[in-house]
Design a binder for this molecule. Structure first.
Ligand code: PMV
Length: 360
């Protein structure tokens, strides 16, 4: 599909008011998206596990406006409180998507949103938040155009979510989602995420992600700035090529369940992401001393126990500890005994691979 396919056709039905609620999860990338072109087009393809526990629930109440005007009309409540400071981000999102969902200026919206994880956890809520809002808007569009198929609905929700926050387009479906075109992945697109279309070994079923909250503070460098610093980055071209190669390698790993190969790819991707940050100009470091303590502990434990535990990182200091269901008991014990001490206030979140967003 091309961008033009997402421009709305004239709507058949008149919708005046209502309320819709979606719960949408976060996701953790295995092959990372870092660097983009105009209009949120990724510089390389990425792939992620959809999460389950970390999610945003968004209700969208909508009412046709009496008088049309040239601005968007909405109130925004986060965890029950009106949040003026969140509004500019939503306004920018609405502006970007207006071409594709032109009805949004005709309504007044009340957006009520809440996260399953603590706001100050350092966990980005943009993926779950933007995908939940995109799904609510698509639900309204489907009421006006009932012939929309589930496939188109999911693709367009992902397409819209991408325009809010790139990685959000990987939060509509589960359990493994690829975004960005890759010559070996049929149906892959820079415009939206697709469910990974090939065979996945059963060792990846119910894969665990225990998120260690190392630093709950606000990030010093936003991902928008980080993506931008990939322009003219000395290693950018090699990095983008490496992401394509790692995706090819992962296809084999997903099919045959080779966890030692999985670990190599996933940890290398995490460290490469941070290496890009450390080698951009200006350079920056998002890892904290405890991030490295945890990484070293994981390596030592893996060497002594042969457990298939590994880490990945997003654009922050927190560590995602990944391990298969059949090793849960031993790895979880290790986490409690040796890693939780490095978490801020001992806080961590037990999550696992999930199946995507749903309507409530
Ligand atoms: O969606 P953004 O623009 O916040 O970028 C997210 C980038 C990473 O989380 C670091 C990697 C990824 O692929 O999710």
């Amino acid at each position: 599909m091309i961008e033009q396919d997402f421009v709305a056709q004239p709507y058949e039905k008149d919708v005046r008011e209502g309320k819709v609620t979606y719960k949408s999860p976060s996701n953790i990338a295995l092959v990372k998206y870092w660097g983009k072109k105009e209009n949120q087009i990724p510089a390389n393809p990425s792939i992620s596990f959809t999460l389950d526990a970390c999610a945003t629930t968004t209700s969208l109440s909508y009412r046709k406006r009496e008088k049309l005007s040239d601005d968007f009309s909405f109130n925004l409540f986060f965890e029950g409180e009106e949040k003026e400071d969140f509004k500019p981000k939503i306004n920018t999102f609405l502006k970007r998507i207006e071409k594709y969902v032109p009805f949004i200026k005709e309504f007044h919206f009340t957006i009520e949103t809440s996260n399953s994880f603590p706001h100050s956890s350092g966990i980005a809520s943009s993926a779950s938040g933007m995908s939940a809002l995109a799904l609510c808007l698509m639900d309204i569009e489907r009421q006006m155009s009932p012939e929309i198929t589930d496939d188109f609905f999911n693709k367009k929700a992902s397409f819209l979510a991408r325009l809010g926050s790139g990685s959000a387009c990987r939060s509509i479906l589960g359990d493994i989602v690829q975004w960005g075109s890759h010559h070996e992945t049929k149906g892959s697109s820079d415009l939206y995420g697709i469910k990974y279309p090939y065979q996945v070994h059963e060792v990846f079923k119910n894969y665990h992600d225990t998120i260690l909250l190392v630093d709950k503070g606000q990030k010093q460098v936003s991902s928008t700035v980080g993506h931008d610093l990939m322009h003219n980055h000395p290693y950018a071209e090699n990095r983008f090529a490496q992401a394509h190669e790692n995706l090819t390698k992962l296809t084999t790993v997903f099919a045959d369940g080779d966890l030692s190969e999985f670990i190599k790819i996933v940890e290398s991707e995490a460290l490469t992401l941070h290496a890009m940050m450390m080698t951009s100009l200006p350079y920056f470091v998002l890892m904290k001393p405890n991030t490295l303590e945890i990484i070293n502990k994981i390596w030592a434990f893996r060497a002594s126990s042969n457990a298939n535990v590994c880490f990945t990182l997003d654009a922050g200091a927190n560590v995602h500890v990944l391990y298969p269901e059949n090793e849960h008991a031993v790895v979880y014990q290790f986490i409690k005994d040796e890693l939780v001490a490095y978490c801020e206030n001992g806080q961590y979140i037990c999550d696992r691979i999930g199946f995507g967003a749903r309507k409530l």
